[in-house]
Design a protein around this ligand. Structure first.
Ligand code: ATP
Ligand code: MG
Length: 576
């Protein structure tokens, strides 16, 4: 393809809203262009990379017996009401009415749609197992779309769904998809980790995330240095390497004045007690999926050591909620505790108190007195208040013990590119998707669901594979394999060689971009580095006069000067 016949516009500077390298490079290379927040046009170069990634996905899924379908993007309200997710999904689901005053939403995920599809067709155990997938645009009304294609509102996802007669079959399907994902991400040649994860509001019990390692990743991961344990911080058990268990005798409670001491840091300075040995009290609403203003407030308190951080996903799971609970406003805290935040504590509260197990070993500790400007010292659980539950509610951190007991945890950042879930019968029961078993009984179908963020992965590839000059595409999804810079476009010999090389490469199923613009060599080289095709070939009059063509490896920057009849060999060497 000749540059002058396609549509590529590069930029020197990235716009201000591009914060991370991959976003900057995609915009600068004209790969993507913003239409509105979270909505991007994929330019031809981006589309070529996306299509190649899709082809890899199709190949790996098809050979494992998956079948491609395509479902609607617009779904009727009644479908989502069957599983209660019309409400549970909250504002992430974009809802709208048609001319007949009927409600619809844009598909954020397709468990409901695919279960509806399957329940019409699947009648008997003979129709199982099945694995159906699609590659399609999803819409999620993300609160904060950012980082380009990483967190878009509209994005492309590969979603697959497995249907089996029993749990054994469903777990086999899970295993097969897990292996398919390994094969898919291996073909990008990138560094990734498979981690234990939270099922979110998709539901289900067993789930793993595929995370590309990158500093700009939004997910925190903890990986053991002594075993194969790896988890998203959201679900990682927190095991203190040196748990503190006090053997002090319980002393009588004393109230003391702490004027203006509202944060743990200030209180630590004021009292001389370390943050680790102070206990903080947080307040949450357990009114699920409703505007608490319209409901009686159902509040709970949570106790943590001053130096620990609450893990909202663990709290959600302990409470059996679908979404992490909302924090109370200052006014609501005052209403349930009689004090403003900063002076609250568990003693005398009339709401359930959930205590992090890190507090368990402490004795005679300091908490807010539920009286503005006062705290209590020598407080002890059991004696002064009774926790409704003691559980692991805090964020694990680097240095914590590996839950397998084999070493310690190390922290990484990751970009979630894929996610596999075992669903069980959560959707089939609610939606009455059954099959007739061998002995003629109606049984709910066992399901799993499996997602890959197609557009996110393409950008995440750049996040892991770039340098100061631009993108470094892996061969497997590079928009073009070879980028020919023609330095003297008016020279017949130069153009002739470029054209014949282009033809020869294309006959070998290699994709070629020929920069035939009338631009200075420096401009062409800069653009070639920015766009990031694996091999650059430079053909100029001066070189040809000495029977020389340059072949440059984008990744290593190694330059080889070879005779025209050696060019193919040199290109093949770089492409491996
Ligand atoms: P996240 O935690 O990043 O919001 P998720 O867990 O809600 O993602 P899933 O429902 O597991 O996402 O969706 C499957 C895949 O779709 C994810 O693994 C991710 O790669 C991709 N994905 C999800 N949300 C977005 C988005 N807003 N923009 C681009 N890709 C996304
Ligand atoms: Mg996920």
């Amino acid at each position: 393809m000749k540059w002058t016949k396609t549509h590529i516009f590069t930029m020197k500077e990235a716009p201000g809203d591009a914060e991370i390298p991959s976003h900057k490079l995609m915009v600068r290379g004209g790969y993507i262009q913003k239409l509105a927040p979270g909505l991007y046009t994929y330019g031809n170069l981006a589309l070529r990379a996306i299509r190649k990634f899709e082809a890899i996905i199709r190949e790996e899924l098809d050979k494992r017996g998956c079948t491609e379908i395509l479902m609607p993007m617009v779904h009727p309200q009644a479908l989502w009401e069957e599983t209660n997710r019309w409400t549970e999904m909250g504002a992430g689901l974009l809802k709208f009415k048609n001319r007949n005053d009927q409600w619809f939403c844009l598909g954020a995920t397709h468990e409901e749609a695919v279960t509806d599809y399957a329940r019409h067709d699947i009648k008997s155990y003979r129709d199982l197992p099945r694995n159906l997938y699609q590659i399609q645009t999803k819409y999620r009304d993300e609160i904060r779309p950012r980082f380009g294609l990483m967190r878009g509102r509209e994005f492309s996802m590969k979603d697959a769904y497995s249907f089996d007669i029993d749990q054994e079959g469903a777990l086999k399907a899970y295993e097969s998809m897990y292996q398919a994902y390994q094969a898919i991400f291996d073909r990008l040649g990138l560094q990734y980790r498979i981690v234990q994860a939270d099922a979110g509001n998709i539901g289900g019990s067993q789930t793993h995330e595929f995370q590309l390692l990158a500093d700009a990743g939004e997910d925190a991961l903890l990986v053991s240095d002594g075993s194969d344990f790896a988890a998203n911080i959201e679900v990682c058990p927190a095991i203190d390497p040196a748990p503190h268990v006090s053997s002090e005798a319980e002393k009588p409670v004393e109230e003391f004045a702490t004027p203006g001491q509202k944060t743990i840091a200030n209180l630590a300075k004021f009292t001389g007690v370390g943050e680790r040995d102070l206990v903080k009290t947080l307040f949450f609403s357990t009114n699920e999926g409703q505007d608490p203003k319209n409901k009686d407030l159902k509040a709970i308190a949570v106790l943590l050591r001053g130096s620990d951080e609450l893990n909202p996903v663990k709290l959600k799971n302990v409470l059996g909620m679908t979404n992490p609970p909302q924090m109370l406003t200052d006014e609501e805290v005052k209403q349930v505790s009689k004090a403003w935040p900063g002076s609250c504590g568990p003693v005398g509260l009339e709401i359930p108190v959930y205590m992090d197990n890190g507090v368990q070993g402490l004795k005679n500790y300091i908490v807010g007195a539920n009286k503005d400007g006062f705290h209590l010292k020598n407080v002890n659980h059991g004696r002064d208040f009774k926790p409704a539950k003691i559980a692991d509610l805090r964020m694990a951190r680097e240095g914590d013990k590996d839950p397998n007991g084999k070493g310690f945890l190390k922290a990484y950042r990751g970009i979630e590119v894929g996610h596999v879930f075992y669903l069980g019968t959560k959707y089939s029961q609610k939606m009455n998707a059954t099959y007739l078993s061998k002995d003629g009984k109606a049984m709910p179908i066992e399901m799993g669901c499996y997602g890959i963020g197609v557009t996110r992965t393409v950008q995440a590839t750049i996040e892991q594979s770039h340098d100061a000059d631009g993108i470094i595409w892996p061969k497997s999804i590079a928009p073009y394999h070879v980028h020919i810079c023609v330095l003297d476009t008016n020279d017949d010999k130069v153009m002739g060689l470029s054209n014949s090389l282009e033809k020869e490469l294309e006959s070998m199923r290699l994709d070629v971009l020929v920069d035939d613009r009338e631009e200075r060599p420096g401009v062409k080289f800069k653009d070639a580095d920015l766009l990031g095709m694996p091999v650059r070939v430079v053909i100029g009059k001066k070189g040809l006069d000495q029977n020389q063509v340059e072949v440059v490896n984008r990744k290593t920057k190694e330059v080889k000067k070879v005779a025209p009849d050696q060019v193919m060999g040199a290109i093949r060497e770089v492409l491996g």
